[in-house]
Design a binder for this molecule. Sequence first.
Ligand SMILES: C[S@@+](CC[C@H](N)C(=O)[O-])C[C@H]1O[C@@H](n2cnc3c(N)ncnc32)[C@H](O)[C@@H]1O
Length: 478
Amino acid sequence: MTSDTDWESARHRTAISRSTLSMPMRTALRDQILAPTKSVFDYGCGRGEDVRRLNHLGFDVQGWDPYYAPDSSRTPADTVMLTYVLNVIEDVSERKQTLLSAWELTRDVLVVSCRLTWEQLQVTGSSHNDGVVTSRDTFQHLFTTNELRQLVDTVTGVRSVSPSPGIVYAFRTDQQRLEYLARETISHHEWAESSDLTAAVKDVVDFAEQRGRIPLLEEMPPNVAALIATLPKTELTRLTRKGANPAKIEAGNKRSTLDTLLYLGISIFGGRPRFADLPIGVQADIRHSFRSYREACARADRLLLKIRDDSYIRGAMTNSVGKMTATALYVHQRAVPKMPVVLRLYEHCGSVAAGRPEGWNILKLDHRGRRVSWSSYPDFDKDPHPKLAWTFGVDMATLESKHQSFAERENRPILHRKEEFVASDDKNASKYRRLTSAEVKAGLYENPTIIGLERGWAAELERLGVTLKGHRLISAKM
Ligand SMILES: C[S@@+](CC[C@H](N)C(=O)[O-])C[C@H]1O[C@@H](n2cnc3c(N)ncnc32)[C@H](O)[C@@H]1O
């Protein structure tokens, strides 16, 4: 272990060339944190590749780096990006100072990303302070997801949100954080390009069927609002009632009520917001579906309490879409919106704390203890028995997370009975069911303890003289 004083890191060597935008920039774009109407500042921009790419996309973007762009000025911006900088700084107090300097430039949102402990195998070297010195004379401190969020919360003084493991958003105002959470939880209506009043009314009808209510003018894009504003309110109500399917309106209302409860459940983590700070559409949903904001909050609070109630959670899981085992419920991504709202809230709580990883397709919610895990089984639809590539889970008691990779293993865990993970009306459910019943008939599930891993499964196929061709089980001799 080296001491603090006798060594200086060659920090600039950590700046790599990339063939595309960095992952935090792509995540921020996806989440509308980066938008062409907002200025961007890349703090510690390295070789400036993200700056050039965003520039190319038409963004108003500047960057500064102590090594590559020391003469650029550090100017305030709506969105400030601090991408993989903190993890290369060997001094804890300088890390905090750097984070604070980036926050001081931030008008709307600071996006902080760091390398995580799960990269430990790729980052080797001798230990130094709270990290390692690599063979290239650079320093790396790998963060846990919880450590990163806590550091950002402490330095900025706001409650941050994690969109993805290793990325954290810190919003300047509560309204901005609440807008972001609403985009994450509340079903979004895609407005069409209406060019006349008839098309605009049709669009309002579609909105009403999805959300269970007529939209406010402020929720419409300017061109639709301008057309709709020519109608008296009573006439718009009459036309919407006439054009909409009442069953769809009722289903939309139910969805909105549940979405609102989910939203209020996760937004409480920064303290209960004032009604006036909520996005305008959420205010309208609350006015439409609840007696009062107080009643909506009380119901959301009850829902949050239920997450701690083992028998309630088990009951909800028993009635849920997905595969229930002795310890957990497993659900395919496509079926997650169909889970009971308390389970959706359970998943969202894990996601706000540690970030939902990109590329997952199977969700696991423990009912013994509280743990949310997202796993990736590539080719779930194509492969009759998908193989586990990785899993990322967060313990809801400690908020510590763990990532495990299985991709390099020779004998990976595999899935059976895929229909159990999806909804009964899923596009592929009947194909999966047919395969399972053929496999059961052939005796492939007689030894459940050995078929969970690739080799055991292959041995059983061989023992019974069968093989798989897509989702068909055929004789191996054919
Ligand atoms: C891993 S690179 C990341 C570069 C760029 N953000 C990217 O993602 O491509 C780390 C960068 O942090 C810069 N850096 C080191 N100490 C810094 C500090 N105190 N403030 C800002 N940037 C710093 C280094 O010069 C280096 O370019």
